[in-house]
Design a protein around this ligand. Structure first.
Ligand SMILES: Cc1cc2nc3c(=O)[nH]c(=O)nc-3n(C[C@H](O)[C@H](O)[C@H](O)COP(=O)(O)OP(=O)(O)OC[C@H]3O[C@@H](n4cnc5c(N)ncnc54)[C@H](O)[C@@H]3O)c2cc1C
Length: 368
């Protein structure tokens, strides 16, 4: 059992960390306050190969695995969760035709499963796809789509056979600019404000027959497989933000003096730091175990959900304690604590809430 990253993985970690500290850290609050999507930074990440880490090399990807993918998202999210989620949402199921442009960062991808009336109960989606002699006719709305306004291609799940319920959903790829397709409301959010979260609107949108992804009526199975990987990426996003919040609190606790000593000398503060560091290590083990299992071709439904559930809840606890350790300054935008506190909450909601993760885990435990 090897708990160490190898030399290439350590090199990747170092270079992503340097990039994040050089190119992202100085802009984090500006992007956050303005709700500004960091398009040029995302394109730079594409040039470094970070927008297609797990894509095959023959399609312009880096041909690496989930361990590397988790490492990159962790390092980006340690500095800015918004950049982390943009990358995480981008690398979902896509069609070979688009992979090289997505890998280079020339194209940005989005994934639309959630609808206004179907979130946790994703199988009850209403958006319809009707087969016609000219292709598929899409009608309906997706909501809360990460990268929605900036996506050059979006994968959406729509109903192809209403009577078959979850066995009647299919996945489709839609290009930006297709007639009848437009992004709608841009959400004004509590956190991750530099990431774009938007509605996608389809009104008699005709797409070519070949834009069906995978097999007809396999869309729900496809979505669940995407989520097995996506939950690992949200675990990595959580892990990075938990580390960022912890490091900021550790640093501050050594600098801030009260009662004639650094607050890090108070046992109450030391115990918070000890709990944060311990829980982060546990979250890291779960996250990298799920990633390593995925890389070895194993099914990770249980492990992905455990990693996502635990890492996201640890991140929320760490961000909360991070603000507490900063005292009043934790509430002030001059310090990074308040932003981690706002950003992390998405992690217990996106790609399935904590309640849904527990449901998935229990279902796996009770299976046989
Ligand atoms: C910033 C952001 C980015 C997102 N990005 C994307 C994206 O790119 N693509 C995409 O498709 N979606 C995206 N989402 C949507 C996200 O996945 C959903 O918000 C999430 O799955 C929850 O769905 P909901 O909001 O409809 O909540 P609901 O499903 O209405 O849940 C409300 C509450 O009820 C609980 N609940 C529901 N069902 C059960 C149950 N059976 N047992 C116990 N409790 C239950 C939930 O846990 C929650 O606490 C994003 C959301 C946000 C906020």
């Amino acid at each position: 059992m090897d708990f160490q990253l190898n030399d290439e993985q350590l090199q990747l970690k170092k270079s992503v960390r340097e990039f994040a500290e050089r190119e992202i850290a100085p802009n984090v609050m500006k992007w956050d306050e303005a709700g500004e999507f960091p398009l040029s930074t995302i394109q730079e990440l594409g040039k470094l190969g970070l927008m297609g880490i797990v894509f095959p090399q023959e399609y312009g990807g880096a041909g690496m695995g989930y361990v590397e993918y988790v490492t990159a998202i962790e390092e980006l999210s340690r500095v800015d969760g918004s950049v982390g989620i943009i990358v995480a949402a981008h690398t979902e199921a896509q069609k070979k035709k688009y992979l090289s442009k997505l890998a280079s960062g020339e194209y940005i991808g989005a994934w639309g499963l959630t609808e206004p009336s179907s979130g946790s109960d994703a199988g009850s989606a209403r958006m319809s796809a009707r087969k016609t002699k000219n292709g598929w006719l899409l009608n309906g709305n997706k909501t809360f789509c990460t990268n929605g306004h900036y996506a050059d291609v979006a994968v959406v799940i729509a109903v192809t056979d209403r009577a078959a319920h979850t066995h009647g959903l299919s996945a489709f790829i839609v290009e930006k600019g297709t007639q009848g397709f437009r992004p709608g409301k841009k959400e004004n959010k509590l956190g991750l404000r530099a990431s774009d979260t938007a509605e996608l609107i389809f009104e008699d949108c005709l797409i070519p027959a070949e834009n069906l992804l995978g097999r007809e009526n396999d869309g729900f199975i496809d979505a669940m497989q995407v989520l097995d990987g996506g939950r690992i990426s949200i675990a990595a996003l959580s892990l990075g933000m938990a580390e960022g919040a912890y490091e900021a609190a550790l640093k501050y606790s050594k600098q801030r003096r009260q009662f004639g000593k650094a607050i890090s000398e108070f046992q109450a503060i030391q115990w918070k730091l000890a709990d944060m560091a311990t829980e982060i290590e546990a979250a890291k083990l779960l996250t990298f175990r799920a990633a390593a299992m995925k890389d070895s071709g194993m099914k990770t439904t249980l492990e992905s959900s455990m990693a996502k559930l635990y890492a996201s809840e640890v991140a929320v606890r760490c961000a909360n304690e991070g603000v507490q350790i900063h005292g009043g300054y934790g509430f002030i935008k001059d310090y990074p604590a308040e932003k981690f506190y706002r950003d992390v909450k998405l992690c217990t909601i996106g790609e399935g809430t904590s309640e849904i993760q527990r449901l998935v885990i229990a279902r796996q435990l009770l299976k046989d």
